[in-house]
Design a protein. Structure first.
Length: 166
């Protein structure tokens, strides 16, 4: 497998920069949502870890000596937005503007991967921190054991406001 066929020059330049900020893989809107959730104490925890990587087994097909192997391994891993530790329990948190089907799938998939690869039999909780919940999906989230934590309405409107994009 030749990663240079898939990795752009821009990806190569971005890799060192990506390690300089705490939630490097979150976009600007997700970052504002998470910062607001922290400011309002919506997801309290003793410790937070960001951009937690799981999986990436496809990279095993790349020659260990290849100059782009590290980047390829990094790009192939699935990235959990936030891993929060509360009372010894891991919380896998996906941050999204809307608690959508996509966010639900990510929460469930990351939860399953965590249990298989990292959890060592420990309990794990799943949460979607969002600006706005989808009322149609709230019963589904609840039934599947994924907590939805949404911002207060006024705060959600502010973080989603187009003038915040600057």
């Amino acid at each position: 497998m030749h990663p240079e066929h898939f990795i752009t020059t821009g990806n190569q330049r971005a890799l060192p920069r990506s390690r300089r900020v705490p939630f490097s893989h979150m976009g600007p809107v997700d970052t504002r949502i998470w910062q607001a959730a922290l400011a309002y104490g919506l997801m309290p925890a003793e410790r937070y870890e960001y951009d937690v990587r799981l999986g990436g087994m496809v990279a095993l097909g790349i020659d260990r000596e290849h100059q782009l192997r590290e980047m390829w391994e990094t790009l192939l891993k699935k990235r959990v937005d936030v891993l929060a530790w509360r009372n010894g329990v891991a919380w896998i948190i996906e941050v999204k503007p809307v608690a959508s089907f996509a966010a639900l799938g990510q929460c469930l998939g990351y939860g399953d991967m965590w249990k298989r690869l990292e959890g060592k039999g420990q309990p794990v909780k799943l949460a979607c921190v969002c600006a706005v919940p989808d009322p149609d999906l709230l019963p589904t989230y609840q039934r599947l054991g994924v907590e939805v934590v949404s911002l207060p309405e006024a705060v959600a409107l502010e973080v989603l406001s187009p003038h915040q994009a600057r």
